[in-house]
Design a protein. Structure first.
Length: 261
């Protein structure tokens, strides 16, 4: 009887010793499977499905200070390399990589490059934050509108785009992982110091599913600082008739007579 008791004790100890490494291995596997902030955000915004489409097209109106800033139909490759904005007044802006072209009679010719890339970037923002030239820094959590958002600081490597000194503070919803707000500066046509003295934020609202992909149909612009959060609303953009479209060789062909900016 005594020998049987000793055998059972030894068997239990042996079993526990074998189970412990397996338990530790399982725990390590679970930890390794935890997604990063970027992975969670891209998954929530269905980046893979988004990029599987050729292009996205939509109508957009932009208003600042009570005045209509822009109104037209926009078409962008989902990989952001080409795009066009066909304005309601019959003029247009095209871009192909780093080259921008516009109608000879474009009213706001000085803003052609800004318009070519800015609205595209705000639209494609969730799929762009993981670009090779992007640098993300974890800010853990930041309070905004009494919500503790998961936050990241986004900056860019020195040779990226027209405005590599621009930066963003991204607020992603802790429950949905969708991007709700992004604070930012604009260095186009101004110094970094001047841009940082006048930061703004964009708020993404009214997410609607387009072929299973969430697209915010209402954007609001605010005065903003990282320390104080949102200030007064200064502008808005409304999106409608959003759809994914196929393209061909003629979709982004630069019309004859257009000027390069």
């Amino acid at each position: 009887m005594k020998n049987l008791y000793l055998f059972i004790v030894v068997l239990i100890l042996f079993t526990n010793c074998n189970e412990q490494p397996e338990k530790n291995k399982t725990q390590k596997q679970q930890i390794s499977k935890e997604l990063t902030w970027l992975q969670k955000t891209e998954k929530a915004h269905k980046k893979e499905s988004f990029l599987a489409h050729d292009a996205i097209a939509l109508d957009m109106t932009v208003n600042f200070g009570g005045n209509e800033r822009l109104n037209g139909r926009m078409t962008f490759l989902t990989n952001s390399t080409k795009g066009k904005i066909e304005l309601k007044d019959g003029t247009a802006i095209y871009f192909d990589g780093s080259k921008v072209f516009h109608s000879p009679d474009l009213k706001n010719e000085k803003a052609a490059r800004f318009d070519a890339y800015t609205w595209m970037y705000f639209l494609l923002f969730p799929s762009k934050v993981g670009d090779d030239g992007a640098v993300l820094k974890d800010l853990v959590q930041l309070q905004l509108n009494d919500v503790a958002y998961n936050a990241q600081h986004l900056s860019f490597k020195g040779d990226v785009g027209d405005a590599p000194d621009d930066w963003y503070v991204i607020y992603s919803n802790p429950e949905t992982n969708l991007i709700d707000y992004a604070g930012y500066i604009v260095t186009a046509n101004k110094s970094l110091e001047a841009a940082e003295a006048d930061p703004h934020a964009i708020g993404y609202e009214d997410y609607k599913s387009i072929e299973g992909i969430p697209v915010p149909h209402s954007w609001k612009y605010y005065e903003w600082t990282k320390e104080k959060g949102l200030g007064k609303e200064i502008g808005f953009a409304n999106l409608s008739n959003v759809e994914f479209v196929d393209v061909d060789a003629t979709t982004f062909a630069i019309p004859e007579g257009f000027l390069e900016k």
